[in-house]
Design a protein around this ligand. Structure first.
Ligand SMILES: [Zn+2]
Ligand SMILES: [Zn+2]
Length: 509
């Protein structure tokens, strides 16, 4: 009985101190000293955290990133440094571990240990000064038939200038103004809503709402493409995806540079995305009558082999399965560099970053609304590999035994994501000169400088990370580990405070 209580208390204190409450224990072998010890690394990857304190800390970093890029007056330099030998070795090691992990998964084994190692390696790789993730984008693109190419919308097109900076304006007093935009884009109406719940749930278009949420990120991509085409320069943006009260995702976007408001609205109205997938309106198999695995999925009654994903794509008709567009509500606001307005927008942009999309349901009506939305999402295919395709008589891409429609485990179907499984923060490549990991490094450097300690670059050869076996005697109970992190955080804070006091008092000598 004492154990869980102690854990709860430690967790509460950890939250107060901003310490990670879901640390991952990893064994770290120090190649210089030969010492092997178990250390805690913060949860998740450097770009996505799983606990509240980490999410809060990342929100601060995001705000710094947003501020730094919005009104750049010099072109960002983005030629990456050449990878050093050590960095290359780290990446190769990570690739090996990834292969091991994938083999383990294929064999149906437990991958949690190896996942933990990969997390550790990602941190290591980022600290070694490499940008982004090693894996990058995975998967190959299918070549679309020209018939199903996305049509170019009817929009003005300016000649492309190779700059990411917006134009400036010279005022009569000689001052230079650097205006930019803050844009809010919303999905269309699915039925009248009051206090975050439909007035008439029976006519509310849940299927459309579900499909729009699932494909929202594609629509945002299209919007950016169109925006750049119309603006005639390499427009940069920092955007966040947030839930509306009616539980639909919407987008706030800081845009570097400015365009006429009417043009922005025109772009939003002309932007759409077509989903070229098989139909998912009529269920062919449901209840107990589900396709059976026989070296591929077959009809349970006739034994006929269901079309594979690629076959189904080849048989598509002329109509897309879904077309997604923005709604009429487009909000465009002009913002000047360095104004209180700009600061307010940045706070607004990052306001909900620590909350999940499906959090904070308000009252019974909204909870019922969320439940109905989840129902609609349950059988909606979220991706080509979704088991739900079996319901509509198509074998999912990469079909394997044990797939059951309605039981997809991907993020999109979960109540905390509400159909939107993409990233919550979307930052264009040339926003600031830095990645989030580099902003993090900035803060670390600042603290170390304040403490009067030089920030030595991590020698990438120095540590080797290994998973911690269950029951490893070197891993203390979680409560103890949290208290240890809290104590460490307090030591740093106290040290910083002393330094601040020292610099505040007038020099005696
Ligand atoms: Zn954490
Ligand atoms: Zn799915």
């Amino acid at each position: 009985m004492a154990q869980p209580l102690a854990r709860d208390v430690a967790e509460e204190i950890a939250k107060l101190h901003g310490v990670c409450i879901r640390p991952v224990a990893l064994r770290r072998l120090d190649m210089t000293t030969g010492k092997s010890e178990v250390v805690d690394v913060p949860c998740g990857s450097p770009l996505e955290s799983k606990c509240h304190p980490c999410a809060k800390r990342n929100r601060q970093l995001r705000m710094a990133q947003c501020r730094e890029g919005w009104h750049l007056d010099e072109e960002p330099i983005i030629t990456p440094d050449e990878a050093t030998d050590g960095q290359r070795r780290l990446v190769e090691f990570r690739a090996d571990m990834q292969a091991k992990r994938d083999a383990e998964e294929k064999a149906g084994g437990d991958t949690s240990d190896l996942d933990a190692v990969l997390t550790g390696l990602d941190i290591e790789i980022n600290e070694a000064g490499m940008r982004g993730y090693v894996l990058g984008r995975t998967g190959s693109k299918r070549v679309r038939s020209t018939k199903r190419r996305q049509d170019a919308p009817d929009l003005p097109k300016r000649k492309m200038a190779s700059t990411t900076l917006g134009r400036t304006f010279e005022a009569a007093d000689g001052r230079t103004y650097r205006p930019s935009l803050f844009v809010t884009l919303t999905l269309p109406s699915y039925g009248k809503v009051m206090n975050g719940a439909p007035v008439d749930p029976d006519t509310y278009d849940y299927v459309r709402a579900a499909r729009d949420a699932l494909h929202f990120s594609k629509l945002v991509d299209r919007f950016v493409q169109n925006l750049r085409r119309v603006a005639g320069y390499d427009v940069q943006y920092f955007a966040t995806v947030e839930p509306q009260k009616r539980l639909a995702p919407h987008l706030h976007m800081a845009v570097r540079g400015t365009l006429p408001r009417a043009e922005m609205k025109q772009i939003a109205a002309a932007t759409y995305h077509q989903v070229w997938w098989p139909q998912a309106d009529e269920a062919r198999f449901e209840g107990d009558r589900l396709p059976i695995w026989n070296d591929g999925y077959v009809d349970p009654d006739t034994g006929e082999v269901l079309p594979t994903w690629d076959e189904a794509l080849d048989q598509l008709g002329d109509e897309p399965m879904h077309v997604i567009r923005f709604g009429d509500q487009v909000d465009v606001k002009g913002v000047l560099a360095g104004s209180p307005d700009a600061d307010q927008c940045i706070r607004y942009l990052s306001k909900y970053l620590t909350k999940s999309l499906g959090e904070n349901l308000d009252g019974q009506a909204q909870r019922d609304h969320a439940a109905r939305f989840m129902d609609a999402l349950r059988y909606e295919p979220c991706s080509p590999t979704c088991p739900n395709w079996l319901r509509y008589g198509v074998q999912p891409k990469i079909a394997k035994p044990g797939m059951v429609p309605g039981c997809c485990r991907s993020k999109a179907h979960k109540p905390e994501h509400l159909g939107y499984a993409g990233r919550r923060v979307l930052v264009s490549r040339k926003w600031s000169n830095k990645t989030l990991a580099e902003h993090k490094q900035d803060r670390r450097t600042w603290v170390l400088e304040a403490l009067g300690q030089a920030d030595e670059p991590t020698d990438p050869h120095r540590y080797v990370w290994q998973p911690v076996r269950p029951g490893d005697p070197d891993v203390s109970p979680i409560g103890v580990r949290l208290l240890r992190s809290i104590a460490e955080r307090q030591r740093w804070r106290a040290h910083l405070r002393r330094l601040e006091e020292l610099s505040a008092t007038p020099q005696a000598a």
